[in-house]
Design a protein. Sequence first.
Length: 166
Amino acid sequence: MNGWSGVYLHDTVRTDLGFAALGYTIYTCMMTAGRLMADAFVARVGARWFVRCAALFVIGGMSLVLLFATALMTLIGYGLLGLGVAGIAPIVLREVGHRGSGKQAGPAIAAVTTLGYFGSLCGPALIGWLAQLSTLRLALGLILISSCFIALFAGQLTGGHLHRER
């Protein structure tokens, strides 16, 4: 979102530059709030359901952004996106770390982290390339597609609740 949220608001939704900057601000504020609340929700519903619901927030938020393309709906969509993506990576990393014991946990965490960084680096470039071939609106559909995969594969998580230290 940091690479394309403002561009989308300015070029597609046709807002001024000052308003376009508000999109990323809302996204990051909601992401911060989501990170602060994620562990409490995981403790109640488990990792599997949390990640699945978080992916649905991303799908819902991106759907608002792409289907309506109005300033208000785009801002609401960015807020939902921020809430959704906030806890996915930390919870998945925690789950991966708990799956293996000792020597297995480190490489598993490294592999997941590497995939995350790869997506962070290549995702914006891929969206830009696809936007040149079509439109930014269609290119951002990649976020919808990837979120559907996250929702589908959330079932691979253990689904366990966070364990409190005694």
